[in-house]
Design a binder for this molecule. Structure first.
Ligand SMILES: NC(=O)C1=CN([C@@H]2O[C@H](COP(=O)(O)OP(=O)(O)OC[C@H]3O[C@@H](n4cnc5c(N)ncnc54)[C@H](OP(=O)(O)O)[C@@H]3O)[C@@H](O)[C@H]2O)C=CC1
Ligand SMILES: O=C(O)C1=N[C@H](C(=O)O)C[C@H](O)C1
Length: 242
């Protein structure tokens, strides 16, 4: 497997490159210039002889650019790309629509958080209690009010975080109940607060180091490459465990 990496010079991208080198996996850095038009991208593809997974950990405009390239590539060149894994967050509705239409051409997997802990968090929110209720339904029935906070470093561009949006969807927590804090160098904290008259409860995930996301992203790329799914919007749940 070869990885085409968009966002290689970024905070996360740098760690992904280090990890790929450690694992002796081959990769190509895809710069913003490579995504400007088909000839630029074709030049890059011609230097890669193997089939590849493209990992996008850039900004929403980077995602938009790679989607436009994919939608305009000839079928024979498209065959070289086995999947597009998107870790970038903060897409607007138009960009989400573009991703959906691009998934008709290649398999696309969008993962707002590559950590296993957040995956577990999401599954907890979607699970059913012994009475057949979701955690949120049970909490509300027991008189708990629910809200979420997410805390990240000050250089993060989007708010709320992609993870907060994903967790809120899983727990059916209204978007207006999410608060975002940007402070210092926090890698990523997500908490759900449950509050009743005389007691409170908190479910919290803390990312202790950014390399966690790099490891998760590469593992996911490997799993998708091995399973070789057909074009479409992939459920990350089908690829998180190898
Ligand atoms: N899914 C997950 O688990 C995680 C997701 N993220 C997400 O990943 C993304 C990157 O985060 P982070 O590394 O902190 O951000 P950085 O700002 O450090 O890096 C952004 C990267 O994107 C590149 N870039 C920006 N615009 C374009 C473009 N138009 N075309 C190609 N490349 C472009 C930048 O390149 P240049 O140097 O040329 O500006 C840079 O390499 C964010 O969306 C963040 O939310 C972050 C952590 C975990
Ligand atoms: O930008 C970040 O740093 C992070 N972004 C992702 C998000 O928006 O949820 C994942 C993680 O929390 C770090």
């Amino acid at each position: 497997m070869h990885i085409g990496l968009i966002g290689a010079s970024g905070r996360l991208g740098t760690l992904v490159c280090e990890n790929l080198v450690q694992q002796k996996l081959t990769f190509t850095k895809i710069a913003r210039e490579d995504l400007q038009n088909i000839p630029s991208f074709m030049q890059l593809l011609q230097h890669v002889s193997e089939s590849m997974i493209i990992l996008d950990i850039s900004l929403p405009v980077g995602t938009e650019n790679i989607c436009n390239i994919i939608n305009n590539l000839e079928e024979k060149n498209l065959k070289q790309i086995k999947g597009l894994v998107i870790g970038t967050t903060g897409h607007n509705d138009r960009q989400k629509q573009l991703l959906l239409s691009t998934s008709q051409k290649i398999p696309i997997c969008m993962v707002s958080n590559f950590s296993k802990g957040v995956y577990l968090f999401e599954e907890i929110l979607k699970a059913k209690t012994s009475q057949g209720l979701t955690v949120t339904e049970l909490a509300r029935a027991l008189g708990f009010d629910m809200a979420m906070t997410e805390i990240h470093h000050t250089l993060k561009k989007d708010a709320p975080s992609g993870t907060a949006i994903t967790l809120a969807e899983a727990g059916k927590i209204p978007a207006k109940q999410i608060s975002s804090v940007r402070v210092g160098k926090v890698v990523g904290d997500h908490s759900i607060h449950l509050s009743a008259d005389s007691e409170s409860l908190e479910i919290k995930h803390t990312a202790h180091a950014r390399k966690l996301f790099a490891e998760g992203a590469i593992e996911l790329c490997k799993n998708i490459y091995t399973q070789a799914p057909k074009p479409g919007f992939l459920r990350k749940e089908d690829f998180f465990i190898s």
